[in-house]
Ligand binder design. Structure first.
Ligand code: ZN
Length: 145
């Protein structure tokens, strides 16, 4: 199978069966982000205990890329420490902006989103969920002052 096809399959699978998707109660929403360019919308909830992201749930409505990316984000970051999650988010956002290359092993399935870098108007579809998680983390684990 060609890589492009494999990536399409991965994205489609996450779009059709988004991981950690949930219907959220407004009281638990930590981040509510929109991408007006495409009409994508995410609401996100998360829980931290002992410095670990125990739970990430999201309600994402929008194009296939935005839903698949939020699904992959939730799968990738769940179970990590808040510091590690923050680093992964920063790395992935830098990768999407073309400022940083990540190895195949660092990317894993996220490589399927890398092709979107060629389409600047769609990059916000990919980054929406990651920005939402960044916002949620800032509320859950504010940096020490
Ligand atoms: Zn979109």
């Amino acid at each position: 199978m060609e890589m492009e096809e494999l990536y399409q399959e991965i994205l489609l699978d996450h779009f059709k069966h988004p991981r950690n998707a949930a219907v959220l109660d407004p009281s638990e929403v930590l981040a509510d982000e929109e991408n007006p360019l495409c009409g994508d919308h995410i609401r996100l909830a998360a829980r931290v205990a002992d410095g670990i992201l125990q739970d990430i749930r999201h309600e994402t409505r929008g194009c296939a890329i935005s839903v698949a990316s939020a699904s992959m984000m939730s799968e990738r970051l769940r179970g990590l420490s808040t510091e590690e999650a923050g680093r992964r988010i920063a790395d992935f956002l830098a990768f999407m902006r073309g400022e940083k290359e990540l190895s195949e092993s660092e990317l894993g399935d996220l490589a399927a989103l890398g092709g979107v870098r060629k389409f600047p108007l769609r990059i916000k579809c990919v980054t929406l969920g990651w920005h939402a998680m960044e916002k949620a983390l800032a509320k859950l684990a504010p940096p020490p002052r």
